[in-house]
Design a protein around this ligand. Structure first.
Ligand SMILES: Cc1cc2nc3c(=O)[nH]c(=O)nc-3n(C[C@H](O)[C@H](O)[C@H](O)COP(=O)(O)O)c2cc1C
Length: 340
C-alpha cells in the first residue's frame, strides 16, 4: 500500500506543548480534519480566538440533493468536533465545549476551549490512536463475527454522547432493513441530480484534489475512476447498486443504526460526536465501518425505518461493521485551508 498522504502522518511528538494556545490548537486541528464527512466534502471551517477555537459549518460545501436540510453536513462537523475533543484530552486538556453558542448564527456550531489540565483516561488514548487508522472501508468483510462484548462497548460509546446505537439482528429485521436500503438506493439513483452531485465529488485515482472520493475508495482501477463518474451521469444504475447494497446489509457481520432523541441541528451535532466515538472505538478494536445510509436519506423510508426500530428519535445514520483488509485513506484539506 502506498504511503498515506501527509495529512494522515502526524508526529505526536511535535505537539507544541509550550507553544501559544493558537499553536496548540492549530496542531490539534490536524486530527479534527481526519473526521469522515458526506462525499468527503469536509464542510467545516475553524476560527481561532484566544484559547478557544470556533467550529463553523461551511455551507459552500453542502450537498443539496442528498442532504437538503444539511443534516449530514452538521453530523460531519460533529464528528470533527469529537476528534478534536479526543485529541485535546490526549494532550492533557479537558475541552470545554459550547454547542450552537450564537442563536443568531446557525452556522456557528461550537466553541471549544482548551480547558484545565486533565489526566487522560486510557480508553481515550486508544480512541486517539485510532484517529489516523480510521477510514471508511467499502470492501467485503470477513465472515468473522464481532465479539459479543464489543457490541455493548460500542453502544456505551454512543451513550456517552447521549445517542443510541441499535444493532439490527439477523433474520426478519435485517432483511427488512436490507430491503429499505435497496429501495433507498433505487430511489436516489433514479434522480439524475443525485447522480450528478455524487459524480461531481468522485476523483480519479491520480487526482491531487484535497477533497472528494478517489475511485480507489470504491475499489476501482485507474480507468474506472475516470469512466465511472462519466457513466454515472447518464446511466441509471440504481437497481444493480440497490441489490448490491442490500446484500452488503444482509451479509454484514454487524449492521447498525445510530440516532438520538431529536432531529434538530443540536441533535445532529450530538449524532456526529457519537459517530466519531463509535467509529474510533471500533477501529481501536480492529473493526471497520461502511455507511449504508440509503434508507435514512429518503424521507418515506426514514419514517418506515423509525417505525420498525421504535427508538427514541428517528434514525440518523446506518452502517455495517466487520473485519477486513486495510484500505488507502482519502485526501484531506490541510488545516491552513480550513482556518479563517
Ligand atoms: C454523515 C455522513 C454520511 C455518509 N454517507 C455515506 C454513504 O451513504 N455511503 C458511503 O459509502 N459513505 C458515506 N459516508 C462516508 C464518506 O464518504 C467518507 O467519510 C468520506 O469519503 C471520507 O473518507 P474516510 O471516511 O475514509 O476518511 C458518509 C460519511 C458521513 C460523515
Amino acid at each position: 500500500m502506498p504511503n498515506p498522504p501527509s495529512a494522515w502522518r502526524i508526529d505526536e511528538s511535535k505537539y507544541p506543548k509550550n507553544g501559544s494556545p493558537a499553536d496548540r490548537l492549530r496542531f490539534l486541528l490536524r486530527y479534527a480534519v481526519l473526521a469522515p464527512s458526506g462525499h468527503n466534502s469536509q464542510p467545516w471551517m475553524f476560527r481561532l480566538s484566544g484559547d478557544a477555537v470556533e467550529l463553523h459549518a461551511d455551507t459552500r460545501r453542502e450537498l443539496p440533493i442528498v442532504d437538503p436540510d444539511n443534516r449530514e453536513l452538521v453530523i460531519s462537523c460533529g464528528a470533527a468536533l469529537s476528534f478534536l475533543r479526543i485529541a485535546m484530552r490526549r494532550f492533557g486538556h479537558e475541552p470545554v465545549t459550547e454547542l450552537l453558542p450564537d442563536s443568531n448564527n446557525a452556522n456557528f456550531l461550537a466553541r471549544i476551549r482548551l480547558g484545565e489540565e486533565a489526566v487522560v483516561p486510557e480508553e481515550d488514548t486508544a480512541l486517539f490512536q485510532a484517529i489516523t487508522k480510521r477510514r471508511t472501508n467499502r470492501q467485503s468483510y470477513d465472515v468473522r463475527p464481532i465479539p459479543f462484548d464489543l457490541y455493548a462497548a460500542l453502544q456505551e460509546a454512543a451513550q456517552t454522547e447521549n445517542a443510541w446505537l441499535h444493532f439490527v439482528p439477523s433474520g426478519r429485521e435485517r432483511e427488512q432493513v436490507g430491503e429499505m436500503t435497496e429501495q433507498g438506493g433505487i430511489a436516489l439513483a433514479s434522480n439524475p441530480k443525485f447522480r450528478r452531485e455524487l459524480a461531481s465529488w468522485i476523483r480519479t485515482n491520480w487526482s491531487r484534489a484535497k477533497d472528494g472520493m478517489p475511485g480507489f475508495t470504491f475499489g476501482w482501477s485507474g480507468s474506472e475512476s475516470l469512466l465511472m463518474p462519466l457513466a454515472m451521469r447518464v446511466v441509471e444504475w440504481g437497481r444493480a447498486q440497490g441489490r448490491a447494497a442490500r446484500d452488503l446489509v444482509n451479509d454484514a457481520p454487524a449492521h447498525c443504526v445510530l440516532g438520538v432523541s431529536g432531529d434538530e441541528p443540536i441533535d445532529w451535532l450530538r449524532t456526529g460526536q457519537a459517530l466519531g466515538r463509535v467509529l474510533l472505538y471500533a477501529r481501536s478494536q480492529d473493526v471497520w465501518a461502511h455507511f449504508l445510509n440509503q434508507p435514512v436519506q429518503v424521507p418515506e423510508l426514514r419514517r418506515r425505518l423509525a417505525e420498525l426500530l421504535g427508538k427514541d428519535g428517528p434514525p440518523q445514520l446506518a452502517f455495517r461493521m466487520g473485519y477486513a483488509l486495510d484500505v488507502r485513506p482519502s485526501p484531506r484539506r490541510p488545516v491552513k485551508d480550513v482556518l479563517t
